[in-house]
Design a protein around this ligand. Structure first.
Ligand SMILES: O=C(O)CCC(=O)C(=O)O
Ligand SMILES: [Fe+2]
Length: 371
């Protein structure tokens, strides 16, 4: 993994030793972005500066016409008529926005609140306790650090994150911090159940057998990322999360009331308004790949905010990446002579490795796999 920055004049990529020192000094504090805020800084370090963005914000256009759909899953199990309506809305959202929100999704609202509280408790515990576990060792069952792509991305994000795999092998309770252990494991069980329901509905939306996506392993692996976006003294200079699409098949995201999550639609940033009790669902790159571009993995980002901290939990459904040598390419039933495969086959491990090595640089990893 190289340490690079873009030389704007020559348009080439070069190593900047001063920047490398700044990155290392920040990493060595092991206190993350929250540590900077706790110190009381009023100007953000230059490694967090992002170039100005080229797209328009819908909110600045006064545009209320673009609203990501909120879909009620209350009766999908019992009533065939409402199931068909839900499937139609999911199909439309997945083909256009790549995003929708769900309510009455089966996860109790108390569990969502408990999870956000647990994540907050983790970040707001004593810094010395957190320093002990701050690490970039991806082999650990629980990995806490700031900016997974610290040494490869062109600009840092105003965000700290911890991650753990909740499936196929849930972590041992003793491998998780006691402040959020029980709720993380409980949420993992709920998220998996919801994921299976969503893959059934998505399979039907594609005209496939309801079990198709589950049977090919789309829900085998579940990775959770728990983000903490501290309040930022200069939010207009940086980003909470750089523009990216997800490397999963599907992502289920819990966001709090602060807002700042935006989706790119026709060169315009559309806000995903926080909806109490709702979960945000988005199509990932791997689902776009196996549906041969029918479902869209859409770029999104998170703005830095003045009022934070903002807390979110993203659950990524993928194959069990460490184990499976299985190849994924466009599903045979979805291709034809008129619609030939647009992607070569890949393993999930290869895809995720390529995605993570590049870091969030604002471009899509999918292009690399296009035929
Ligand atoms: O924090 C959020 O709302 C989104 C995070 C995200 O996009 C991700 O983890 O991939
Ligand atoms: Fe994402």
């Amino acid at each position: 993994m190289g340490v690079t920055t873009t030389d704007e004049i020559a348009g080439t990529v070069k190593v900047d030793p001063e920047r490398v020192c700044e990155l290392k000094a920040f990493d060595d504090t092991k206190a993350g972005v929250k540590g900077l805020v706790d110190e009381g800084i009023t100007k953000i370090p230059r490694v967090f500066h992002h170039p100005p963005d080229e797209y328009v914000k819908a909110s600045t256009l006064g545009n209320t016409e673009h609203v990501i759909p909120v879909i009620d899953l209350a009766n999908v199990g019992e009533d065939p008529c409402s199931r068909q309506q839900v499937i139609a809305r999911i199909r439309e959202a997945s083909e256009t926005w790549g995003f929708f929100q769900v309510v009455n999704h089966g996860i109790p609202v108390t569990a969502l609140e408990d999870l956000k509280d647990g994540v907050r408790r983790f970040y707001e515990q004593d810094t010395e306790v957190k320093k002990e576990i701050y690490s970039r060792d991806q082999m650990r069952p629980f990995v806490y650090n700031s900016n997974f792509d610290l040494y490869s991305s062109p600009a840092l994000n105003w965000r700290d994150t911890f991650m753990c795999y909740l499936a196929p092998n849930p972590p041992k309770p003793e491998d998780l911090p006691s402040v959020c252990r029980d709720i993380l494991l409980e949420y993992g069980t709920y998220a998996m159940k919801l994921g299976i329901t969503l893959f059934e509905l998505l399979s039907e939306a594609l005209g496939l057998h309801p079990n198709h996506l589950k049977d090919i392993g789309c829900a085998e692996g579940l990775l959770s990322l728990c983000h903490y976006y501290p309040a930022c003294p200069e939010p207009e200079l940086t980003m909470g999360t750089t523009k990216h699409s997800d490397d999963s098949f599907l992502t289920v995201l819990l966001q709090d009331h602060i807002g700042g999550l935006q989706v790119l639609y026709q060169n315009t940033w559309i806000d995903i308004q926080p909806e109490p009790g709702a979960l945000v669902v988005n199509i990932g790159d791997l689902l776009q790949l196996i549906t041969n571009d029918r479902f869209k993995s859409v770029e999104h980002r998170v703005l830095a905010n003045l009022e934070g901290p903002r807390i979110s939990v993203a659950c990524f459904f993928s194959a069990g990446i460490k184990s499976t040598p299985k190849l994924y390419g466009p599903i045979k039933d979805l291709v034809s002579e008129d619609n030939p495969p647009k992607y070569r086959e890949t393993t999930v491990a290869e895809y995720v490795h390529y995605f993570c090595e590049r870091g969030l640089d604002g471009t899509s990893a999918l292009q690399h796999f296009r035929i």
